[in-house]
Design a protein around this ligand. Structure first.
Ligand SMILES: NC(=O)c1ccc[n+]([C@@H]2O[C@H](COP(=O)([O-])OP(=O)(O)OC[C@H]3O[C@@H](n4cnc5c(N)ncnc54)[C@H](OP(=O)(O)O)[C@@H]3O)[C@@H](O)[C@H]2O)c1
Length: 278
């Protein structure tokens, strides 16, 4: 298949490209060469490449920054996916778009299913939900994949930050009252590849299995990396951030696991591979 990957320099896209490039013809682009908020820019790329699929990894991902850069967050995460969907519809391309666990409010103790009601708490979550809705309003040939707590090779992420801090300080405090599912960008890339090959459409959840708090995630990373810093649990009230975050945002991935015929592995195993490569 011919696949146009947008947001190619981002963390997820770096791993997605590695996974897809062996079996598919890829065209890749990123900001500022393409601007998903600009219809002419998007149409130019679609006309040039005539892809079977557009895989959109581009987003405004600064969750705290979105609280003050509201217009930019809604433009990139809300309007951009709508522009992409309408261009894909005219071009005859399908659209795979990445969304987030932050569309949920976290007032539960059970992993969220695709049919559960959405209620984002933050500007970032609200803007990502508008993106989902704009795609759904534009056409039917979409695959929206919600994922969570990504760690990948490209760019910065929580694990890289924790491992750096663990070499600089004897003790690190990490919040223990937000729970979710860490997800390897490489594992998500492998799931996306099968999902596109199987022509899945609709909304799906895709993360590694297992649920933990950020504290448990950090402690596991420090242990696996063989670092000696002490990881200490704290609360969100002690470490206030501009954007509110869901207390619980694990997602049930049995739908994508079943439809792709894949056994998704535990985040512990994915983290072990990731740290070994680091
Ligand atoms: N990271 C996570 O933990 C996480 C969790 C759940 C869901 N997700 C979702 O997963 C997807 C990938 O996330 P990521 O962490 O890989 O993102 P990322 O590293 O921040 O990469 C996003 C890319 O999008 C580009 N971009 C921004 N505005 C653009 C525009 N107007 N037009 C074209 N490209 C633009 C960025 O370029 P610039 O750097 O030049 O702005 C960047 O290269 C996103 O949809 C995100 O919402 C991420």
């Amino acid at each position: 298949m011919k696949i146009l990957i947008i947001g190619a320099n981002g963390m997820l896209a770096q791993d997605v490209i590695t996974v897809f490039q062996t079996d598919h013809e890829l065209a890749v682009c990123d900001h500022p060469d393409i601007d998903i908020c600009c219809s002419d820019s998007v149409k130019r790329f679609l006309n040039r490449h005539e892809p079977d699929w557009v895989l959109n990894c581009a987003a405004y991902t600064d969750v705290d920054g979105a609280e003050t850069n509201r217009d930019l967050a809604f433009a990139v995460n809300g309007d951009g996916p709508g522009i992409l969907a309408r261009a894909c519809c005219s071009q005859g391309s399908k659209l795979c778009h990445i969304s987030t666990d932050f569309v949920f409010d976290g007032h539960t103790q059970e992993p969220y299913c695709e049919t559960d009601p959405v209620h984002p708490l933050s500007v970032y979550g609200k803007s990502k939900l508008v993106g989902e809705q704009q795609i759904q309003a534009a056409f039917d040939d979409y695959l929206i994949v919600r994922t969570s707590w990504l760690f990948g090779r490209g760019g910065n992420n929580f694990i890289k930050t924790i491992c750096r801090l663990a070499t600089e300080r004897p003790e690190i405090q990490v919040v223990d009252d937000q729970r979710g599912s860490p997800t390897s960008a490489a594992d998500l890339g492998a799931i996306l590849k099968v999902a596109l090959e199987k022509n899945l459409c609709g909304i799906y959840h895709a993360c590694n299995t297992g649920v933990c708090s950020w504290f448990e995630f950090a402690r596991e990373a420090v242990d696996q990396a063989g670092l000696s810093a002490r990881v200490v649990p704290t609360t969100s009230a002690h470490m206030p951030r501009p954007a509110p975050r869901p207390e619980y945002s694990a997602m049930n991935c049995s739908k994508i696991s079943h439809d792709c015929g894949l056994q998704i592995r535990h985040w512990h195993e994915a983290l072990r591979d990731y740290i070994a490569q680091m």
